[in-house]
Design a protein around this ligand. Structure first.
Ligand SMILES: [Zn+2]
Length: 367
């Protein structure tokens, strides 16, 4: 009993260790922030103002953002941007817009952060820096699809957040860490915010990437939810698209023939090529699913158990003509799974597992 208790304390310490600061910042009318209140959480930023010409310079991390008060322009380095809101200086207090805050977070701090807005408060967490050594990878594009969005909430969890929220959080973190690990990789996030993107748009974005390079993979991130008579199942699952002949839609083959296979080839060759293409895609999808499942298992060390690799005919996978998998990270209806899914340190572990899986896949896909 005592050992368990100590282990529990140890877990709490290591989990909290990741977060450097965690603050609630008031949001004023029309989405303005007081600079001084932002500065309380991000101590490394500061500003200068030249009141004669209303010129403001915000600086930090060796970078600067400039703007004129009450103007719709701002600049970072040599680039000038238009903003919808004007920044103000009232009673010796600098009020900055949403856009300037995003610029500060994206440019003037070197740490990782996460932000959640709720009515008139911004919850801002700044994380300790993670050391990642850049590597090469034999892949060109990766498409990350954060499931659901907008009024499509996805699964309902046991606390107020819905599935779409966690899907987006993990997808954004995955993009960030992937970019650091494999700088040459082109990463497309199908949704960057809470927008609802239709399945058609999701697959059109994928096809567009595929036309640029066939070296593309697709990864859809979801969370599971189910309650069966007081039983709350747990675990993560990795799905790949079942592309065997009976489940395969002839129309899909046509799209491959038209869009991806050289149109100058005779018809019969196109048909053979599209079948060959599909079987390569199927084989690689299975390899990708197995690799990600294996590495997630290793990184999560049973904190979320594996329910294995499964075949499915998910709609979002069906219109993809590239190695594609769908990951159900865990059950947000299960208290233990949810604790892991909602915890940033654990989200890093999930992301690490996915990335190691992708790497393992990329090294073996041509064998
Ligand atoms: Zn879902």
């Amino acid at each position: 009993m005592k050992i368990f208790f100590l282990f529990f304390i140890f877990c709490l310490l290591t989990i909290n260790n990741q977060i450097k600061t965690e603050d609630e910042i008031p949001i004023y009318s029309k989405n303005y922030y007081k600079f001084s209140e932002i500065q309380n959480s991000i101590k490394s930023i500061n500003f200068k103002i030249d009141k004669n010409i209303d010129f403001v310079e915000i600086y930090g991390n060796n970078k600067k953002i400039y703007f004129l008060l009450n103007s719709n322009y701002f600049s970072i380095g040599d680039n000038v941007y238009t903003s919808y809101a004007r920044n103000k200086f009232i009673n010796n207090e600098l009020y900055i817009s949403d856009e300037i805050l995003s610029c500060i977070l994206n440019n003037l701090i070197s740490e990782d952060y996460s932000e959640t807005k709720r009515i008139n408060k911004l919850f801002l967490k700044i994380y300790k820096k993670i050391q990642i050594l850049p590597e090469e990878i034999s892949l060109k594009n990766i498409i990350i699809d954060a499931g659901h969005g907008g009024y499509e909430y996805g699964a309902y969890g046991i606390v107020q957040e819905h599935e779409k929220f966690y899907n987006l959080e993990i997808s954004k973190l995955l993009k960030k860490v992937l970019k650091k690990k494999f700088p040459s990789l082109n990463i497309i996030l199908i949704r960057n915010n809470d927008d609802l993107i239709s399945l058609e748009d999701r697959s059109n974005q994928s096809i567009k990437q595929l036309q640029v390079s066939k070296s593309t993979i697709f990864l859809s991130i979801h969370c599971n939810s189910v309650k069966e008579k007081d039983i709350y199942p747990n675990g993560f699952e990795v799905y790949y698209l079942d592309q065997n002949e009976d489940s395969e839609d002839q129309r899909e083959k046509k799209i491959i023939e038209e869009k991806l296979i050289n149109p100058n080839r005779p018809n019969i060759i196109q048909k053979i090529h599209s079948s060959l293409y599909l079987s390569v895609v199927q084989r690689r999808s299975i390899l990708l699913a197995n690799s990600v499942e294996m590495m997630l298992k290793e990184n999560l060390r049973n904190r979320i158990q594996s329910r294995g690799v499964k075949r499915a005919n998910f709609h979002v996978l069906r219109k993809n003509y590239m190695p594609s998998i769908l990951l159900e990270v865990g059950f947000i209806t299960n208290e233990e799974d949810l604790k892991i899914i909602a915890n940033r340190d654990m989200q890093f572990k999930i992301v690490q597992g996915i990335i190691e899986g992708i790497k393992y896949y990329a090294e073996r896909k041509d064998n």
